[in-house]
Design a protein around this ligand. Structure first.
Ligand SMILES: CCC/C=C/C=C/C(=O)SCCNC(=O)CCNC(=O)[C@H](O)C(C)(C)COP(=O)(O)OP(=O)(O)OC[C@H]1O[C@@H](n2cnc3c(N)ncnc32)[C@H](O)[C@@H]1OP(=O)(O)O
Length: 310
């Protein structure tokens, strides 16, 4: 379904400056969500690049019940979509996201069902695990996911971006691990992933325990984001350019790199090397190695090299 949405949304673009501008305009389009989604706008701004836009601008992209479900559906489809090699996530409207929808989600969180404490607890556990999947699908997706943040990225927004592979932001961006302010220990990824993203344990603890805002410059110096752009248009152009670079490379190499980086993050060096050797005992047999090496030797751009779908 996703590839149908993407295909019908846009033709294939060339890579000229003009078409990049068209693509950026498309990425920041104010058209609504892509049915059947009600909170996400999905498009294909360039060949093999899928753009997922959080799209509830009037509610500052607050994460309502539909959003938590639709992200899972969307990323499961992207994982299977052989026409997609890389994903860009961004937010429509004035900010990236105001976090969990405090109005729509209150019922689920405050009035859990169950006949006694054990059953209530059981159901709450299932609920939390379900919501964790909303961002874990990003990490499980074999295609690299770039996220482009402008304005505020609050609460659940930080859970989301820490599950992404590359984080970019605008100079006006700020990040807030807001959960303690609403009486919660963040439970859908931030506390697990942020310490793996930012080198300083002390800084992670400070952000999570005080809920103070972190602005773009500190996000860059701490390693939360790898690039800061002057404004949203520049960021989306930068994101699209980076996505194009990734999409031009062998999908066997790119997806293997993502999966092994994540595996290594969670295992010892020895275990990571072992996993890598097992991975490459099959993946090294790809035609992509020969095709890529040939392009390098002939000083050709990989953008001219045709790789089979994966
Ligand atoms: C379920 C799994 C576990 C997940 C946990 C996640 C936890 C979190 O995400 S904690 C963080 C929760 N978010 C917040 O506390 C932010 C609340 N919003 C604000 O503080 C302000 O809205 C903000 C500073 C972001 C922007 O202020 P501004 O003056 O620019 O805009 P507003 O007029 O306040 O908002 C515009 C409309 O958006 C609605 N809205 C904003 N945030 C939320 C939200 N989090 N949930 C629901 N709705 C939100 C706001 O009500 C306005 O709507 P309307 O009145 O209809 O115009």
């Amino acid at each position: 379904m996703l590839s149908v949405i993407c295909r019908s949304a846009l033709p294939k673009y060339g890579r000229s400056w003009l078409s990049a501008q068209v693509a950026v305009r498309t990425m920041s389009s104010s058209e609504g969500p892509s049915p059947p989604f009600t909170t996400l706008a999905v498009s294909r701004p360039a060949e093999a690049v899928t753009h997922v836009q959080l799209h509830r601008p009037k509610k500052l992209n607050a994460m309502n019940k539909a959003f938590w479900r639709e992200m899972v559906e969307c990323f499961n489809e992207i994982s299977e979509d052989q026409d997609c090699r890389v994903v860009v996530v961004s937010g429509a409207g004035k900010m990236f996201t105001a976090g969990i929808d405090l109005m729509d989600m209150a019922g689920d969180m405050l009035q859990p069902e169950g006949d006694d404490a054990a059953r209530v607890a059981w159901n709450v556990r299932k609920l939390v695990a379900k919501y964790q999947e909303t961002f874990s699908v990003i990490e499980k997706c074999p295609k690299p996911v770039l996220v482009a943040v402008h304005g505020a990225c609050i609460g659940g927004g930080v859970d989301l971006i820490t599950a992404c592979d590359i984080r970019l932001c605008t100079q006006d961006a700020w990040f807030q691990v807001k959960e303690v302010d609403i009486g919660l220990a963040a439970d859908v990824g931030t506390l697990q992933r942020l310490p793996k993203v930012i080198g300083s344990r002390s800084l992670v603890n400070e952000l999570a325990l005080t809920a103070r805002k972190m602005y773009a410059d500190e996000a860059k110096s701490s390693g939360l984001v790898s690039r800061v752009f002057p404004d949203k248009d520049a960021m989306m152009a930068g994101a699209l350019e980076m996505a194009g670079e990734i999409a031009a490379r062998s999908p066997v190499a790119v997806q293997g790199t993502k999966l092994n980086l994540i595996y290594s993050r969670d295992h010892s060096v020895a275990e990571g090397l072992d996993y890598m050797a097992t991975w490459n005992m099959s993946m090294l047999q790809t035609q992509d190695v020969m095709k890529s090496a040939q392009a390098v030797m002939e000083k050709k751009s990989l953008k001219e090299t045709l790789f089979s779908k994966l």
